[in-house]
Design a protein around this ligand. Structure first.
Ligand code: UT7
Length: 336
C-alpha cells in the first residue's frame, strides 16, 4: 500500500450463496459426450450448482450472500457507502448493482457493476480498497456473482462441464494503517487475446430495411481452453511473484493460495511453479466448479467458516480469465 494512504482496509465479514440444484458429471454425460472420469481427471470438478428456478436470478444469490455478510457482524445496511457488484451475467446491462442495493435496503450506498469476468472479485477488492485508503468511504460491500449457466452452450462439452452459478460477498471497512489487511496488488490485461475467452455480442439483423443499423444479441461463451490454460499457468505465478517481491515477501511467506477456481490442475501448476505446497491451496472446485466472479469470495467464505485462515496469515488471492485479465492481491489476515 502506498504511503499516501490515509487509512487501511480490512475484510470484516463474508457471505456466500449457491442455488439448490446440483448437476453432477454423470448427469452432464447424459447431455454431451463426456464422462465423470474425464471431467474429474482434467478439472477436479465432480458437481456444480445451477440456477434453474425461473423466478430466481443472479441478484437473488447476491442478495443472500450480502445479507449473510451483514448479519454475521450485525451491520445496518444503511451504513454501507458503496456497493460494487462484480458480474458478467447481470440481470440488466445498464447495471444490476442497484437492484442489489434496493433489495438489501442499503439506501445510502452508491452502487455500480464491474465487469471483469473471473478477475472481477479481485478488481472489486482493489477498487474498494482505493476508496477506503483515500478516506472517502468507510464501509463497502463487494460481491462477485455469476450465473454463467445462462450463457453456456449446453452442446459444447469443452465449456458446459466447467461452469457453476453462485455468489460471494465481502464487507470491507476502513481501519488504521497499522491494521491494514490489503498489503498490495498487481493487475494486468492483454486485450490481444480477448477472443480466446468471450461472451460476445453479435449483430444479426437490421430492425428496419431503411435503417442502416444492425441489432443482435449476446452469443454463448466461447473458449480456447488450451490457450487459456497456458496463459493462466504462466501469468498467474508471475503476477504473484511481482506482487510478493514488491512487498519484500517471498513464496515461503505464503500461508494460503486462494486462486480463481477454474481447474485443479491450474491451481496445482501455479503452486508448483512457486514451490508452494499443495496443502496451502484453498479449493472447492470439486463441489461448485468454476463460478466465475463468485469463485474467490465463495471459497474464501468457506475457508473462513472452516477456521482455516488464522490471524497474521499471508493470503495470496489471484483471479484470471476473460480479457484476458489477471491480478493478485496479497492480504495479511487481521481477524482472529
Ligand atoms: O475461468 C476462466 C478461466 N478458464 C480456465 O482457466 C479454463 C482453462 N482451460 C482448462 O481448464 C482446460 O483447457 C479444459 C478443462 C477446458 C480442457 O482440458 P484440456 O486438458 O486442455 O483438454 P483439451 O481441450 O486439450 O482437449 C483434449 C481432448 C480433445 O480431444 P482430442 O482433440 O485430443 O481428440 C477434446 O476434444 O479432450 C477432448 N475433450 C473432451 N473429452 C471428454 C474436450 N472436452 C471434453 C469433455 N469430455 N468434456
Amino acid at each position: 500500500m502506498k504511503s499516501s494512504a490515509k487509512q487501511g482496509s480490512l475484510i470484516v465479514s463474508t457471505g456466500s450463496a449457491v442455488p439448490d440444484f446440483t448437476i453432477n458429471n454423470y448427469q452432464i454425460s447424459q447431455i454431451v459426450e463426456t464422462s465423470d472420469e474425464w471431467i474429474l481427471a482434467r478439472t477436479g470438478i465432480s458437481e456444480r450448482r445451477l440456477l434453474t428456478d425461473y423466478n430466481h436470478s443472479v441478484i437473488d444469490l447476491a442478495v443472500e450472500a450480502s445479507k449473510q455478510a451483514l448479519e454475521k457482524i450485525d451491520m445496518d445496511p444503511l451504513k454501507i457507502d458503496l456497493i460494487i457488484l462484480a458480474t458478467s451475467s447481470p440481470n440488466d446491462l445498464f447495471g444490476s448493482a442497484s437492484q442489489l442495493q434496493a433489495k438489501i435496503k442499503a439506501f445510502n450506498a452508491v452502487a455500480f457493476d464491474l465487469t471483469a469476468a473471473c478477475s472481477g472479485f479481485v478488481i472489486a477488492l482493489v477498487t474498494a480498497s482505493q476508496f477506503l485508503q483515500t478516506g472517502n468511504y468507510n464501509n463497502i460491500l463487494i460481491v462477485g456473482a455469476d450465473a454463467l449457466s445462462k450463457w453456456t452452450n449446453w452442446s459444447d462439452r469443452s465449456t458446459c462441464i466447467l461452469f457453476g452459478d453462485g455468489a460471494g460477498a465481502a464487507i470491507l471497512q476502513s481501519c488504521s494503517l497499522q491494521n491494514n489487511e490489503i498489503l498490495g496488488f498487481h493487475l494486468s490485461t492483454d486485450g490481444n487475446y480477448s477472443d480466446q475467452l468471450s461472451l460476445a455480442y453479435q449483430n444479426q439483423y437490421s430492425p428496419h430495411p431503411s435503417l442502416k443499423l444492425a441489432q443482435g444479441s449476446f452469443n454463448y461463451i466461447q473458449m480456447n481452453g488450451r490457450e487459456v490454460y497456458k496463459f493462466a499457468i504462466s501469468k498467474v505465478p508471475e503476477s504473484i511473484l511481482l506482487c510478493l517481491n514488491s512487498l519484500n515477501l517471498s513464496a515461503d511467506d505464503v500461508n494460503w493460495l486462494l486462486l480463481h477456481q477454474a481447474n485443479d490442475r491450474i491451481l496445482k501448476a501455479v503452486a508448483d511453479k512457486l514451490s508452494i505446497g499443495s496443502d496451502k491451496i484453498i479449493s472447492n472446485l470439486n463441489k461448485y466448479g468454476n463460478t466465475s466472479a463468485a469463485s474467490i469470495p465463495l471459497v474464501l467464505d468457506q475457508a473462513l467458516s472452516e477456521n482455516k485462515i488464522s490471524k497474521g496469515d499471508i493470503v495470496v488471492v489471484s483471479g484470471f480469465g476473460a480479457g484476458l485479465t489477471w491480478g493478485t492481491v496479497v492480504l495479511r489476515w487481521m481477524s482472529d
